[in-house]
Design a protein around this ligand. Structure first.
Ligand SMILES: *[C@@H]1O[C@H](CO)[C@@H](O)[C@H](O)[C@H]1NC(C)=O
Ligand SMILES: *[C@@H]1O[C@H](CO)[C@@H](O)[C@H](O)[C@H]1NC(C)=O
Length: 276
């Protein structure tokens, strides 16, 4: 009895394997060319009522099924189809978010006087002038610049440290060259980061990482102290202009007064509570 069962099971398994093969065979006969990677099995071109999948080889056209009806669509010029987003998310995105890989074909660009594509972010300036970029919306350009000291990266579509942006000359852009640090044979290369106050702005300082500069800023009324490598009240930094030092000294005096009053007030309320 047991033996029969095993034989039947084996036969069944064999039949399944055969069926699977012939099934694949007959499908490729019935549907002459499998056009799509996510092969639609129904004649409507949709596997599911609501779905999207790329047109093979193309990075910006796709098939969209809504309620089982397929329609071929094209992303706006400059955007790309992302097959990995949820159905209720707009699937056309900026190139930094979509790896086209083998889907290399794109519609011809529709440049305007201001923009290379209808949509996108584009770097302006050059290697020495790294912070400007233009965003294009329907072929109309709007210019922006990164916050002070940062450079626009065409790879990440963000403002980054200039030493991390490929086509930015951080030294030229920031106007600062990190001083060479003498290396000793015995001790090896110098460890850690080095800080340098800017020569013409006591609130500005440079951080050198492997001889590449980044610029940083102390907050209002504070300035960079080279001895401690920290931002301190500007009245303590001799390199600051008199006006800033006076403002900082005044702010400090006011803060002292405020604190004294607060302490006095707290002491009073504490006494009241004790007495009451
Ligand atoms: C989807 O198709 C079904 C069947 O044809 C129909 O009854 C339904 O109203 C459709 N829904 C939408 C949102 O179009
Ligand atoms: C830097 O580039 C911007 C944008 O193209 C331009 O407006 C600005 O004049 C440039 N600055 C310098 C110093 O070249």
């Amino acid at each position: 009895m047991e033996k029969t069962l095993i034989v039947v099971a084996c036969l069944f398994g064999f039949a399944l394997a055969q069926f699977g093969q012939s099934g694949a065979f007959s499908r490729s006969q019935n549907q002459p060319k499998q056009q799509f990677q996510a092969a639609p099995k129904s004649s409507s071109g949709c596997n599911e009522l609501n779905e999207r999948y790329p047109v093979p080889g193309s990075c910006d056209s796709y098939v969209e099924c809504i309620n089982g009806t397929a329609e071929e669509k094209l992303c706006p010029d400059g955007l790309r189809f992302n097959p990995n987003v949820n159905f209720n998310v707009y699937p056309c995105q900026y190139p930094n978010e979509v790896a086209c890989l083998e889907r290399s074909a794109l519609q011809p660009a529709q440049p305007t006087e201001q923009c290379p594509n209808q949509f996108g972010y584009f770097k302006l300036g050059d290697q020495r002038n790294c912070s400007y970029f233009r965003t294009c919306v329907n072929g109309v350009g709007y210019d922006f610049s990164c916050p002070d000291g940062l450079a626009w990266s065409a790879n990440t579509y963000r403002c980054e440290w200039p030493d991390e942006v490929e086509d930015c000359d951080a030294e030229a852009f920031l106007g600062f060259r990190c001083p060479e640090i003498p290396q000793s044979r015995e001790l090896g290369p110098p460890a850690g980061y080095r800080f340098y106050r800017s020569d013409n702005d006591c609130q500005k300082y440079f951080l050198c990482i492997e001889q590449r500069p980044r610029v940083l800023f102390c907050g209002s009324d504070s300035a960079f102290d080279e001895l401690t490598s920290t931002c301190v009240s500007a009245d303590e930094v001799a390199a600051c202009p008199a006006e800033l030092r006076e403002t900082a000294a005044r702010a400090r005096a006011e803060e002292k007064q405020r604190l004294a009053k607060e302490i006095e007030f707290n002491a009073k309320t504490l006494n009241k509570k004790r007495l009451g």
